[in-house]
Design a protein around this ligand. Sequence first.
Ligand SMILES: NC(=O)c1ccc[n+]([C@@H]2O[C@H](COP(=O)([O-])OP(=O)(O)OC[C@H]3O[C@@H](n4cnc5c(N)ncnc54)[C@H](O)[C@@H]3O)[C@@H](O)[C@H]2O)c1
Length: 243
Amino acid sequence: MNRLQGRVFLIAGGARGLGAEQARLLVDAGAKVVIGDVLEAEGEALASELGAACSFLPLDVTSEAQWSDAVALAETLGRLHGLVNNAGVYKPVPLVETDTAEFERHTRVNQLGTFLGMRAVVPAMERTGTGAIVNISSTVALRSAPNAIAYTASKWAVRGMTKAAALELAPRNIRVNSVHPGPIDTDMLNVRTREENLRRVQQVPIKRLGTAREIAGLVLFLLSDGSAYMTGSEIAMDGGAAL
Ligand SMILES: NC(=O)c1ccc[n+]([C@@H]2O[C@H](COP(=O)([O-])OP(=O)(O)OC[C@H]3O[C@@H](n4cnc5c(N)ncnc54)[C@H](O)[C@@H]3O)[C@@H](O)[C@H]2O)c1
């Protein structure tokens, strides 16, 4: 499968979990991938696993300077066709126990990081003549959930910014869509005990966790020409959790 042959994609938060699987699938499809993450050892290991088609650089998505470096590296490989704003933090805490620092940490990584990423890639995508941005939100931005006010606020912001950017960037031939995963089997779920996660699964109509591979397939579709008529869309992949 070489439908993305030679195209360049940037994945923020690509060192592990959903982002790492997106990198694997994109490389399988013939793309060149730059992964950026604060987890340097994991990022370097993934880049060596994927070979010449994949490069890693340290990227803290809250840093404007590091976003510039990431886009510059991507453009040394070819024309930048896509960005996945996948970096995220998640610490479920009830409203009255959420302190300002925790609220701001979620806002900075999940919301500001997504904004900075979109802003950083637009000039490069204009040079390419086209582009696709996929913002990873969550089912909590469709149906919401208790005890995660900071995460929920940041993921609703991602959903809203996706639509604002989609409207603004459509005339520039850049598409922007959001993906809303339900509970997916990655390290992010380790904030809960195994028993708590099993209880959550029982509330999902399709009674299992999703896989990183399944989300990556959707992301690849949204980055590819198969979704050329989609922008501003919010796609849940959640086993029916948002119903
Ligand atoms: N796993 C789930 O159940 C689930 C559900 C809904 C949404 N999501 C979203 O999917 C995305 C990927 O999560 P995951 O499940 O793979 O979890 P994960 O914790 O394995 O991956 C998150 C990645 O983001 C990176 N990251 C965190 N802060 C960063 C920063 N400041 N700069 C750059 N990178 C940073 C982490 O190092 C990590 O590699 C996140 O946005 C998450 O909110 C996950």
